[in-house]
Design a protein around this ligand. Structure first.
Ligand SMILES: Nc1nc2c(ncn2[C@@H]2O[C@H](COP(=O)(O)OP(=O)(O)OP(=O)(O)O)[C@@H](O)[C@H]2O)c(=O)[nH]1
Ligand SMILES: [Mg+2]
Length: 689
């Protein structure tokens, strides 16, 4: 009975904002003593020791240059090493001719190639047979084996400069062409330990400096940031907080007791996501990561409401998929220019929250000394992923002529050069057929064997073919074994995503103007025909056969177009504002819905319920009436009753949202009474801790 009477006059003493919750929000960051470079992992291994080809002349690196390379325009133009485009085949020949280390030294020292200390050699893993072959050799034979290890070379339109100690020095961009050797060897024990067959290729993110424990995750990912950021980004978005309401009273001559006149706060700004047709990458998010909408202005006297916060619009490229960070579920998929989604609605001001004291005026309370805080705007981290919206994707091995084909069939002007990996990012081109029919064609970086495991660059971009309706597979006819090249690329597509391999495709056998390609064409054609595939032959450089190829691709496209349109139509009907709707729904959660958790060791009772928590957040504790209102709400929504049922005792701690309170059983009065009628004396407030 005592407990029942106590229940009628129960009150809370508000002690302080809930410090536990706050500390949870901002955890202390304890430095991780472990090296970030996981030497145990089979995927990320310590980089092999540099392979010195000739005394201090060149060093082997197993990764692409760091991201800074793509930012620094020119560090030392005076010492720029330029290799003319025409020098490239020359280098290739010389590499082929190298038959001893001396020759290597000579070639480098002479500076014929301009490569002295300035070229990088990427080391990859060889297949088993090759390893064995090299292992068996000794002495001079080993030198021969070294030769065999040189499989090819590539270059790019930037010159990387290395100090002789192996540390990366800088970059001279734009005009030079540097050489890169791909050496497939077995020098490193660690490579042999690589049981799962993963290649410690340059894209594996191995640090240049093995002792570089500070290598962050950017380095571990291996691919330079400019390439990763092209189609992936992580951003932070926050809707604006609502403005606070104020307590004010009308003071005017001849208007005695003018009444409350505190205005409401304005609503916080919204966060929108909009598709910008002119964007074709997510690179802009490399520099701007945080998007915060403006907060609503506070209300003012004379019934002046606050202005609403400024909205923020995050512009993304067509084809962007949006997920909440570290979650699988797709929030939004924005395909077409102009599409706009309300992602996060701003915190409410005005009637929804942030009310001034004028809004609290009632017959019972004509002088309300209470106003609300504006509602806090929601926030989240988002992961953006771009999947280009191209109709046809051009795939194939490096140097097959994919970019050349795109340049011939469209007005696009991709970089074309006689070395693999000229294309580092996908290129888009628009091909016009009639007045009103155009298709978008994407030229992707070349695929290597092992691409699905991360070898080479192509796998980074294969996801861009997922939205293509048809593929054009370009085969380099001048290669040693076009059939094997064809099979390897098909296998990579299949291993990356079996759905890709099921897409309709056209095989375009390229470089027919070269005798070696011309000779191999009949056998290649025969092999594919035996499999039921009708290949096309072309010479992209001479623009012969390219029209037939793209027309055939267009036909394939048209076949699947109707089906695709139906799907797109369905997608367009999707409600793009569903995330905002979810937020609205959460906001309108009733304060009557809550759960109570008890920690007996600390005598703490935690009341969890989004409606109640929002109420706490919006209560402005500066005003005495706010406390009364809060007590009333706890009583009205049944929190007090539930706590007493569960056996709460004097002095226990109750936590609601960010408030921590001490429970008191009041014994000052008896008999039924509502909190509303309860005098302030009946409430025993504890001191702030
Ligand atoms: N002879 C001849 N050379 C060609 C033909 N098509 C392309 N090439 C050459 O092949 C080389 C590679 O061409 P690209 O178009 O850059 O090849 P890619 O497939 O885009 O190469 P990556 O972007 O590095 O994967 C260039 O030197 C082209 O001039 C052709 O039909 N005949
Ligand atoms: Mg290319």
């Amino acid at each position: 009975m005592a407990s029942i009477s106590a229940s009628l006059f129960t009150s809370y003493a508000i002690v302080r904002p809930n410090s536990r919750k706050q500390s949870k929000r901002k955890p202390l960051r304890i430095p991780n003593p472990k090296p970030k470079f996981n030497t145990q992992s089979s995927r990320y291994k310590s980089p092999p020791e540099p392979v010195v080809l000739s005394a201090g002349e060149a060093t082997t690196y197993s990764r692409l240059p760091p991201k800074e390379d793509f930012l620094v325009p020119s560090l030392n133009p005076s010492s720029e090493v330029k290799l003319s485009e025409s020098a490239v085949p020359k280098i290739e020949n010389q590499i082929g001719d190298l038959s001893s280390e001396e020759e290597e030294e000579e070639g480098v020292e002479n500076g014929d190639l301009g490569l002295n200390e300035k070229f990088e050699i990427f080391e990859g893993n060889s297949d088993l047979e090759h390893d064995e072959e090299i292992d068996d050799d000794d002495g001079e034979e080993e030198d021969e084996a070294e030769e065999k290890k040189v499989l090819g070379f590539t270059g790019r339109k930037s010159v990387y400069r290395y100090r002789s100690d192996g540390n990366y020095k800088g970059i001279v961009k734009e005009h030079g062409v540097s050489a890169k050797l791909y050496v497939f060897g077995d020098d490193d024990d660690e490579d042999e330990d690589d049981d799962d067959g993963e290649m410690p290729g340059f894209d594996r993110g191995q640090s240049v400096n093995a002792s570089d424990e500070e290598g962050d995750c950017v380095k571990e990912k291996g691919v330079p940031a400019v390439m990763r950021c092209f189609d992936r980004a992580k951003i932070y978005v926050k809707a604006g907080d609502g403005g606070n309401g104020v307590v004010a009273f009308r003071r005017e001559k001849f208007v005695p007791m003018g009444g409350p006149s505190g205005g409401d706060g304005g609503r916080g700004g919204n966060v929108y996501v909009e598709v910008e047709g002119s964007m074709n990458s997510l690179l802009p998010f490399r520099n701007s990561v945080h998007f915060r909408a403006g907060r609503g202005a506070h209300g003012q006297g004379r019934m002046q409401g606050g202005a609403k916060g400024e909205d923020v619009v995050v512009k993304v490229a067509p084809g962007t998929v949006i997920r909440e960070a570290d979650k699988e579920e797709v929030l939004l998929e924005l395909l077409w220019p102009g599409q706009r989604a309300l992602l996060l609605p701003g915190g409410r001001g005005g009637r929804g929250g942030g009310r001034g004291n004028a809004s609290f005026k009632s017959g019972a309370n004509k002088v309300p000394r209470i106003a609300e805080n504006g509602e806090v705007g929601p926030e989240m981290w988002l992961e953006l992923e771009l999947k280009l919206v191209a109709d046809v994707g051009i795939v194939g091995a490096p140097n097959a002529g994919k970019s050349t084909l795109l340049s011939v069939i469209s007005a696009a002007q991709p970089a074309i050069a006689n070395y693999p990996f000229t294309t580092l990012l996908p290129n888009l081109g628009v091909v016009s057929f009639d007045y009103d029919s155009t298709i978008v064609v994407a030229d992707l970086p070349g695929l290597l064997e092992g691409a699905h495991q991360g070898f080479g660059l192509g796998h980074e971009f294969l996801r861009h073919t997922e939205r293509c309706s048809a593929l054009v597979h370009v085969v380099d006819g001048s290669g040693p074994q076009p059939e094997l090249e064809f099979d390897a690329v098909r296998l990579e597509l299949e291993l990356f995503n079996p759905e890709l391999a099921e897409k309709p495709y056209i095989v375009a056998y390229n470089k027919m103007d070269l005798p070696e390609a011309y000779e191999k064409w009949p056998s290649f054609k025969e092999m594919l025909q035996a499999r039921g595939i009708e290949p096309f032959s072309m010479s992209a450089v001479k623009r012969e056969g390219t029209h037939e190829v793209i027309c055939a691709a267009y036909e394939l496209l048209r076949k699947s177009k109707r089906e695709k349109q139906e799907l797109e139509g369905l997608k367009n009907l999707e409600n793009l504002n569903h995330v905002a709707d979810m937020v609205h729904k959460q906001r309108s959660a009733s304060i009557n819905e809550f759960e109570i958790f008890h920690d007996s060791s600390s005598n703490t009772w935690r009341v969890i319920g989004s409606g109640l928590e929002r109420f706490v957040q919006m209560t402005n504790w500066r005003y005495v009436d706010s406390d009364k209102r809060f007590q009333h709400v706890l009583e009205a929504c049944g929190v007090n009753k539930s706590l007493m049922k569960l056996g709460i005792k004097e002095g226990h701690i109750v936590i609601v949202g960010e408030m921590e309170m001490v429970w008191h059983d009041s014994t000052h009065s008896s008999g039924p009474s509502t909190v509303k009628k309860e005098s302030s004396e009946s409430i025993k407030w504890a001191k702030w801790k």
